[in-house]
Design a protein around this ligand. Structure first.
Ligand code: SF4
Length: 80
């Protein structure tokens, strides 16, 4: 799980569980600076230059299989 800084300067930890991901792509539609879909139809984190916090939270919550883990800068799990 890697640390990222959102556009509005919040430190967060994000990880995609590729075993859970079913390629529904709602994460990448809502937060395209943060999530992409690879050639195996699995989500990945595009870069360190990611969306603002609320957009990322919305994207993470949109995942139908809760495949994205989001933690705050203290390491507390926000989602799922
Ligand atoms: S929304 Fe969830 S299932 Fe869909 S691509 Fe993103 S991580 Fe995978």
């Amino acid at each position: 799980m890697d640390e990222y800084q959102t556009k509005d300067s919040k430190k967060i930890f994000l990880e995609v569980d590729k075993d859970l991901c079913i390629g529904a792509a709602s994460c990448a539609v809502i937060a395209p600076l943060t999530f992409g879909i690879d050639e195996k139809s699995k989500a990945y984190i595009v870069s360190k230059d990611i969306d603002d916090y609320e957009t990322i939270l919305e994207a993470v919550k949109s995942c139908p299989v809760s495949a994205i883990v989001l933690k705050n800068e203290s390491g507390e799990q926000i989602w799922p």
